[in-house]
Ligand binder design. Structure first.
Ligand SMILES: [Zn+2]
Length: 230
């Protein structure tokens, strides 16, 4: 049966108990690990910066952001593409919500800048299509669980900003799937323009080479700083 309920995970993994604090507030400057195949919610205050690190260089991060006081407002890829006249945000770009409000600014990116805003988050149905017979960890359930782990429930499953995911768009407007071109320890930094609740999932895709030719999902890392001139 398809699962159309945004607040109900199809299955569980460690994301459900992986909260970094009761409400997702981080310890500033602490180096956190996001274990492979799991998701986490991280609360940012306006002005703070979130730095996401790709230790292996081959791991994709499905990235969402919500208005913490109204989870119906979220970082919207279609509204970003509209505002930016681009399908891939780059340094200096302001990322907007479905209410067209500024949420985050992409302030730094040490990677070649190849990210994706086109592809849906993986979910139970996707792995069933790929031939999985048993439950497979997936980014959509990681989002649901990450929010539940801090006492919240997803109202919608927005399209994610897929950090480091490499989906070239051809001149004939077709998409292709390719391994990430990011390098070990590449970092991407976002400054919160308003208070935001970020959710990240270390994508568990190991059937297609989304997370590198070896199809081996790996850990991500992150930290939150005061921002400012950083
Ligand atoms: Zn995924």
């Amino acid at each position: 049966m398809p699962n159309f309920y945004p607040d109900m995970p199809t299955g569980l993994n460690d994301s459900i108990t992986g909260a970094i604090s009761s409400d997702g507030s981080p310890e500033l400057n602490k180096h956190y690990t996001l274990p492979a195949r799991t998701g986490v919610a991280v609360r940012l205050e306006a002005g703070q910066s979130l730095i996401v690190v790709n230790p292996t260089g081959t791991q994709v991060c499905d990235f969402w952001a919500f208005n913490p006081s109204n989870l119906y407002e979220y970082l919207s890829m279609s509204h970003c593409r509209t505002a930016l006249a681009s399908v891939v945000p780059t340094v200096g770009d302001i990322l907007v919500s479905n209410a067209r409000r500024s949420m985050l600014t992409l302030v730094r990116d040490t990677s070649p800048g190849v990210h994706d805003t086109v592809i849906a988050a993986c979910d139970h149905a996707r792995y069933q299509q790929l031939g999985c017979k048993e439950y497979h960890d997936n980014c959509t359930d990681n989002l649901r669980q990450a929010l539940k782990s801090i006492g919240l429930e997803a109202k919608v499953i927005p399209d994610p900003f897929n950090l480091w995911m490499n989906v070239p768009i051809t001149s004939a407007h077709r998409t292709k799937w390719a391994a990430p071109v990011s390098r070990p320890d590449d970092e991407i930094e976002f400054r919160a323009e308003v208070d935001v609740l970020v959710v990240m999932s270390a994508c568990p895709q190991d059937v297609t080479p989304v997370n590198g030719e070896n199809c081996a999902p790996s850990d991500l890392a992150y930290r939150v700083t005061l921002g400012g001139n950083a």
